[in-house]
Design a protein around this ligand. Sequence first.
Ligand SMILES: O=C(O)CCC(=O)C(=O)O
Length: 339
Amino acid sequence: MLAFMRKSYLNLQKSCNLLKITAKTVSTTRCLSTIETRLNTSNTDYRFSLNNNSKLTPEQQKFYEENGYIVVKNLVPKNDIKRYLNRFKDIANRKVSTPPGLTVQKEVSVAKEQQNENTVYKLQELFCDEVLFEYCKHPDILNYVEAFIGPNLMAIHTMLINKPPDKGTKSSRHPLHQDLHYFPIRPADKIIGAWTAMETINRENGCLVAIPGSHRGQHLEHGYPDWEGGVNKMYYGIKEMTGSENRVHLEMECGDCVLFHPLLIHGSGMNRTKGYRKAISCHFAASDCHYIEVKGTIQENLANEIIDVAKKRFGATFTDYSLIWKFRAQLVRGQQINL
Ligand SMILES: O=C(O)CCC(=O)C(=O)O
């Protein structure tokens, strides 16, 4: 409805200009200003979305405001997904040389095995690969992202996740967490994740699980969960979860994309199938966000761990946490301001 009103308003304004109707035409002016006030009031009522490009339907905008996520069905065309999938296979199976800077991670349990599409569980720094980075520049995704956080967009964190079949340890689960815990970037409301299913993803192969409305809460303390079967490196979880929260399972088809706020509490379930569950994701931040110092905050432990890994990989240049994120951040639309 708002999108329709905005369009009508713009058309009305255009018609007035064409007909050379000026502000002296009292009734038209009154009508325009009423619509304008209504539009402005509606937008300022919303804290988590701008919708300046009218991409969101009123239902989508309201749903995101209340729940902290929306699922857009069929957002990424199947052909594009197929291209990303083939590229993943070529890189993982070493059919092509690994693009410099791309992080290829194997599961700890298969660390000594040969690298192939069944031992690689994650690619990161997708901006180092032309094909995979297309996902982060995909106009259909960016139009939605812009509707939430504005026109100047940096891709700050990029991953392709190849969740392996669980070996009975339940370690294929991803504990409930808030992505903001990883980012030394604020404000949180100007960050959004776009996670896209590369195949049918359901409760059987470990779909995302989220707690609707949790984006309205605080950034909570995280740590490694005390799971009997172990937990993957860097898979931090929220320390105090009661287990009685209202959880939703986001079952999705290939090409469906969930856009979510970085404070939304989410994780993913165990992969009970024999297949490898694939998803591609990118977090975006408005380029007028700023870096924060994480020393002395609840983010410090995780930051130190990430700094250690970066130091081993790239040498002593990454002594400061925000430098790692400066290295990762890539402009994908509009102008680069702070980040
Ligand atoms: O893909 C998954 O299984 C979980 C991804 C996730 O929660 C994350 O990367 O923040």
